[in-house]
Design a binder for this molecule. Sequence first.
Ligand code: BES
Ligand code: ZN
Ligand code: ZN
Length: 518
Amino acid sequence: MISQINNIIGDNHTKSKKNYMKLLIKTGDINKLDVDALIVFAWENDLSVFSKFNTAMATYLKEAGTHEEFEGKEGQFLTTSSKGMISAYKLIITGLGKKDNFDIYEIYKNIALSLRKAKEFKPVKVALIPSEYWLEKYPVRKIYKIMVEASYLANYRFSKYKSEASLMKLRTVEELIMYTHPGRITGAELGMKEGLVVSEAVCFSRDLINEPACVTTPEYLSKVALSESKNSKNNTKVNIIEFDEIKKLGMGAFLGVARGSEEPPKFIRLQYKPKNSKKKIVLIGKGITFDTGGLSLKPVEYMETMKLDMAGAACVLAIFNALNQLSVSVEVVGLIAACENMPSGRALKPGDILTAMNGKTIEVLNTDAEGRLTIADAISFAVQKEKPDEIIDIATLTGACRVALGEEIAGIWGNDTKMVDLLVESGKNSGEKVWKMPLEKEYKELIKSSIADVRNIQIGRFGGAISAALFLAEFVSDISWAHLDIAGPAYAEKDTSLSEKGGVGFGVRLLLQYLTTK
Ligand code: BES
Ligand code: ZN
Ligand code: ZN
């Protein structure tokens, strides 16, 4: 039995970007899977997966395994030609390590690593057979969703600016087959469709981050948002608030940051409202389309990657592509205060005082701590105009968070323990790592200003990620709020299992997981 998944739902985005893979589901005899590479998984001290194959292949695998000392340990691969014993050309057996210490993240990682391994053989058709043990521990739907996401994310490339000649050399996976048993087809299909929607959203966000800042200006982001409202599948309304109205609204902090740039700022609002929604959640994405630091100019090597500073905005925009298709039942409003942070004759100066939309005054001592200024006004807007049940902001906010948690883990703060815990749980369930950080009251002293209500940087050198979160908390009032600092994981400095160097699309999986379980 064979059916194709991505004919059923949209694939316009990835198709046009050369990342398109035909996604199929297949049942039947695994010995007869006619592919270039077949991937299966083995556990440490449990190589029972060999016996899934016919006797000749199983015997050969046992011999090869002994010869190559393959024990199913984490990171071990046994790769072999099938020598005509089965229809697949190459067989890749990925070691998963011990059964007792695996989680969702490990499943993502191992599938992605297997696909990367398979790609060494330049296959056109690849088939994946999930571990039976995964299917004992998690629902079928969940595992097939992960299989699709991990494969798509590992296969993603930002190739738009590569010349055709160098692209021709790359053989890419054109067909991806997920193997299953007849009894699991319904669950597998559902999971694969969901996985495809999520994957497309993550790739959409990666594309936006990877585009250079000369393309992704505030205006460009506003056009991307508007195009989402034109897609009938999205069930989304979009309005762009222009300079004059931003001024009328009193967003002095946001306009202060935007002042140095030739590019006009845009305040972007997206709204997804399903019938009978019982809750309203506001998502705010940091949308600094390029962060030079402003007059507090960044050193050359720190500025190199600062097109990434709209990764929060990219995440929010990507999410709106998926809400309707995933039948999210809560109302979601997305807010992006998009601008550049540039030095110029008009630019914000250290020592300037700005007034935010909620009336609070801010002494700007470092113009490079600009994200919190723009988000302060977006939060104030959410509180005053949207009156939501929850606010979540996602931002490449501080280098300090990157220092504290590294390049894999985002920091999370909030004023509602239950909500923060649910977000941490959503991270675990979607394979994106978040770590709970303290909103330490004692440190509030450090952001008090002598001449205004707050300073935009703390006194002293330490705890920069916490003081940034405390700064944002000043604008929240009593609404449930969580803040995700993704300065570490938003951008990969080198290739990882699930991402090539560049934009990671961090937060899309996590927040879609959170919103679909609401
Ligand atoms: N956009 C940066 C934070 C950042 C750094 C994101 C590295 C991703 C990777 C932010 O606007 C910034 O410059 N923060 C300053 C704050 C400081 C001046 C208090 C920082 O972290 O150095
Ligand atoms: Zn900055
Ligand atoms: Zn920034």
